[in-house]
Design a protein around this ligand. Structure first.
Ligand SMILES: [Zn+2]
Length: 193
């Protein structure tokens, strides 16, 4: 879908409690996700330390995944670098959110049954300091009601769900809605004002 250019993006799932100290399985750093193999997925503990991994490091963005398990009760976390997410988050950096309303596909999000619903994706400034960024996001997200994802400005989209299939559904919904919004923004539709 063009959502994972070069070696960008990362994906994880929460492991069952009886797998402790393994906490979640996450993609390794620096791998082209178009040619990912099972050895590029590793188990990490709650601090993000690899368990029995040989020569692979977890994604640099692991702290953001861990915070979503901790703070949002996620069962799976998916992070993409689509053009729409990078572009719209950059444009909305000062506003601090991208609002989405009026689209039928909103109903693909858990708990939404009408196109008239409005959701907001918070936009956070991008950073290479993942610890600082994750604590900033964690503090802000706990105040968000029914939050389905967030954007990092000029960077990409984070989405989660209670399990991998819900996270994938939410990802496809939000990427589609961001594409709609991107076209509306480009063509200056009044609904964007
Ligand atoms: Zn990223």
């Amino acid at each position: 879908m063009g959502w994972a250019p070069a070696t960008s993006t990362n994906y994880s799932v929460r492991l069952p409690d009886n797998a402790a100290p393994a906490y979640c399985a996450i993609t390794s750093s620096g791998v082209d996700k178009g040619s990912i193999e099972v050895e590029h997925i590793l188990a990490i503990d709650q601090q993000g330390k690899p368990i029995d991994a040989e020569g692979v490091q977890p994604s640099a963005e692991t702290p953001l995944h861990l915070l979503l398990y901790r703070a949002m009760g996620a069962g799976a976390v998916l992070h993409t670098h689509s053009l729409s997410a990078a572009l719209l988050s950059q444009l909305a950096r000062d506003e601090g959110q991208v609002r989405l309303t009026g689209w039928e596909l909103l109903k693909g999000l858990r708990g939404i049954d009408t196109h008239e619903a409005e959701i907001s994706l918070p936009v956070f400034p991008n950073s290479q300091d993942m610890q600082a960024l994750s604590s900033h996001v964690e503090q802000s997200l706990s105040k968000e009601r029914a939050c389905y994802g967030f954007l990092l400005a000029g960077h990409g989209l984070y989405v989660w769900g209670k399990d991998l299939s819900e996270a994938k559904r939410h990802l496809e919904v939000l990427e589609y809605l961001l594409q709609c919004q991107r076209e509306v923004t480009r063509h200056g539709h009044p609904a964007n004002s």
